[in-house]
Design a protein. Structure first.
Length: 323
């Protein structure tokens, strides 16, 4: 049976996040011939509707209100409920981002719906929809399905493929002026702290540093390598705790969980907390002076050596191939 699926599309700095396109691809599978509706909150530079249409949206709702220009739980949850009442979907999908992790449980609770969070896989067989999600820091995987009621799930970025855009597709676009009241929080200023040009959670390649970088200056060769590879720069909790970098760069169980195609760990011993945040990377390269470091147990490739000697050599070799 076909389903109507609602996708919450997320923007960052006026640009659609890649995870929104991944979620759209999942929505098309779940819809099984039904309608896929995407919703975007707040005014943007335009063009999102066309991009969403090309990746699978049949309808796009652009919800406007001054309170939606910056994210707040109260404003977004009220706006979502307004769109939900219009669409009346059978399933709701949201990216498992900072926004999605905050918004999804709030609106799911309002709808008295169960939430399957942090999904990394999807199996659809007719009406049967099965979500796959990691547990125990990625050591095991659960398969979950919704037996009755609304299907509600969040999708971890960089795990599902994005469908090829169909330039011939168009979507019905509707602008909704949301009625928002009783805002309990006021956002006066947004101060951004970023690890670099590439978002850690959506990066295809990540170069991370640990206690072995020894100082904030020690991250310089990692940034140089990342620049050549078009990668994001991350860090272990030990590096953050030591003051070598900002906590926005932290990868791990209490930081960001990432699943890049390539993860290069430099001077990272491989504590369980860190492994929980990156062990599902497709290829892991470890660089460490200690041949017995736990990171080598999960690495696909290991280099025993001083990162301050190895990383510059890698940078020069990649420059020859890529630049």
């Amino acid at each position: 049976m076909s389903k109507n699926v609602l996708v919450v599309a997320e923007r960052r700095d006026g640009v659609l996040r890649n995870v929104s396109l991944e979620v759209l691809s999942a929505a098309r599978k779940i819809a099984n011939g039904g309608t896929v509706t995407a919703v975007v909150f707040g005014k943007g530079p335009g063009g999102e509707a066309q991009q969403l249409a090309r990746h699978g949206a049949d309808r796009v709702y652009v919800v406007t209100n001054e309170e939606l220009n910056a994210y707040s739980t109260d404003a977004y949850s009220q706006a979502f409920m307004e769109v939900f009442s219009i669409v009346e979907p059978d399933a709701v999908l949201i990216g498992h981002t900072a926004t999605g992790r905050d918004l999804a449980p709030r609106v799911a609770a309002r709808l008295n719906a169960g939430l399957i969070s942090d999904c990394t896989g999807l199996e659809v067989n007719g009406d049967d929809v099965v979500f796959i999600r990691p547990v125990y820091a990625g050591k095991l995987f659960q398969k979950k399905r919704v037996k009755e009621g609304i299907i509600f799930a969040t999708i971890r970025p960089n795990n599902l493929p994005v469908s090829e855009p169909d330039t011939g597709r168009n979507a019905e676009v509707t602008e909704v002026r949301a009625q928002i009241a009783d805002i309990r929080t006021v956002i006066k200023e947004v101060v951004k702290k970023t690890a670099g040009k590439v978002d850690l959670t959506e990066a295809k390649i990540i170069v991370s540093g640990g206690r072995g970088v020894k100082s904030a200056e020690g991250f310089k060769p990692l940034y140089e390598l990342a620049e050549v590879l078009g990668a994001a720069v991350g860090a272990s909790r030990a590096a953050c705790d030591a003051g070598y970098c900002d906590y926005s760069m932290q990868v791990g169980q209490t930081g960001k969980v990432v699943t890049p195609d390539l993860y290069i760990a430099c001077g990272i011993s491989g504590a369980v907390q860190h492994l929980a945040g990156m062990s599902n990377s497709k290829i892991i390269v470890a660089i460490n002076k200690d041949p017995d470091a736990p990171i080598f147990k999960v690495a696909d490739y290991g280099i025993v050596g001083d990162l301050f000697e190895v990383v510059p050599l890698l940078t020069e070799e990649f420059k020859k191939v890529l630049v």
